[in-house]
Write a protein that binds this ligand. Structure first.
Ligand SMILES: Cc1cc2nc3c(=O)[nH]c(=O)nc-3n(C[C@H](O)[C@H](O)[C@H](O)COP(=O)(O)O)c2cc1C
Length: 325
């Protein structure tokens, strides 16, 4: 009989399937449900850097000019940050699985002290979801990437718990970038976030958001990069995120070398029971293949098994189009 327990960010997980960060993981009761469904861990919804910074400003202005502050605004802002700490602490009390807190940020200063509060509230790890959109043509890729490293450095100086970094899709050389993040102290990388994507409404001539939920065809780009990053010597853990709806989808990411697999859109479409189904499918497939543990097959289809990756890519690309008539 197969076992599907694994280690992620130095934490023991009873399954590699994680309930990813979203509004679905914004309540203690949902975290309890995720555990009951068999999730190996839960990433709580993200707190935004802006929420933390605005709380800090409100506190400062309240101290200096108590009457000048709009109380309601102060309360709402403070409360949202405090209620996040309550969420972390409440989830910690109610479940045994790791509770991973999440902060959506874009800058290295002004909020990182607050991460210590999250650690004190009982988070098992912190996932930083770095939303840094380069909009300045004078800023080169080295400068942009330095923002990520600075965030990791600042957090590593303050926290005992492991830090993972959730990143977007596009980097000049992802292998080098992830390797550097690991050297700066990131224990894991979440590949990838799915940012807001714009679409155009040509009737009303305005910008509208594209679909919020993913679909399985979005896996392929992730599969390639998980396969490439996991083949490197850097021992960073990879959590694959995007387009996982079935056991087969999760198995593909594990074969590519992912340490864990996150589900989010699938929760919106099917509820937490999808995690139970994925775990069952994983056991069934492993039993059929006579794999006892996930390490028996993790990364079996990654780039390590390809002698000359750039020649492989080039030849596959040529074959891909020339064989299509
Ligand atoms: C409605 C919704 C809310 C989300 N909120 C967050 C969030 O607060 N923090 C975060 O890191 N990712 C958030 N995500 C991104 C997901 O965690 C996930 O990375 C992304 O949707 C890709 O995975 P999927 O294909 O399984 O949906 C959200 C996604 C959705 C659909």
């Amino acid at each position: 009989m197969s076992t599907i327990n694994t280690r992620y960010l130095g934490l023991e997980l009873k399954s590699p399937i994680i309930a990813g960060s979203s509004n679905f993981t914004s309540k203690v009761e949902s975290v309890v449900e995720a555990e009951a469904a068999g999730a190996g861990a839960v990433v709580l919804k993200s707190l935004f850097e802006e929420q933390i910074v605005s709380m800090a400003h409100s506190m400062a202005s309240k101290e200096s000019y108590p009457e000048a502050d709009d109380y309601l605004q102060y309360y709402t802002r403070t409360n949202s940050v405090e209620s996040y700490l309550d969420l972390v602490a409440g989830a910690r009390r109610r479940v045994k699985i790791p509770v991973i807190a999440s902060i959506n940020c874009f800058s290295p200063q002004g909020w990182t002290d607050f991460a210590v509060e999250i650690e004190k509230a009982g988070a098992s790890a912190l996932e930083v979801n770095i939303f840094f959109m380069p909009t300045d043509k004078h800023q080169g890729s080295t400068e942009s990437e330095a923002v990520y490293f600075k965030i990791i450095d600042n957090l590593k100086r303050k926290l005992q718990i492991p830090v993972s970094v959730k990143i977007g899709l596009r980097f000049s050389n992802l292998l080098n970038f992830v390797w550097q993040m690991h050297n700066h102290g990131a224990a894991g990388v979440v590949m990838f976030n799915r940012f807001y994507e714009p679409d155009f409404d040509i009737k009303n001539m305005n910008v509208v958001p594209a679909s919020v939920l993913s679909n399985p065809s979005e896996q392929r780009y992730v599969l390639r990069w998980v396969g490439m990053v996991s083949s490197q010597d850097s021992p960073i853990d990879i959590s694959a995120s995007t387009g996982v709806f079935t056991g087969e989808d999760a198995i593909k990411y594990l074969l590519a070398g992912a340490t864990t697999v996150q589900v989010c859109s699938a929760l919106y479409k099917r509820g937490f029971k999808v995690i139970t189904e994925i775990n069952e499918a994983l056991h069934k497939w492993m039993d059929g293949k006579e794999f006892r543990t996930i390490d028996d097959f993790r990364g079996k289809l990654n780039y390590r098994n390809i002698e000359n990756p750039s020649l492989f890519e080039r030849s596959q690309f040529m074959k891909h189009y020339s064989s299509y008539i």
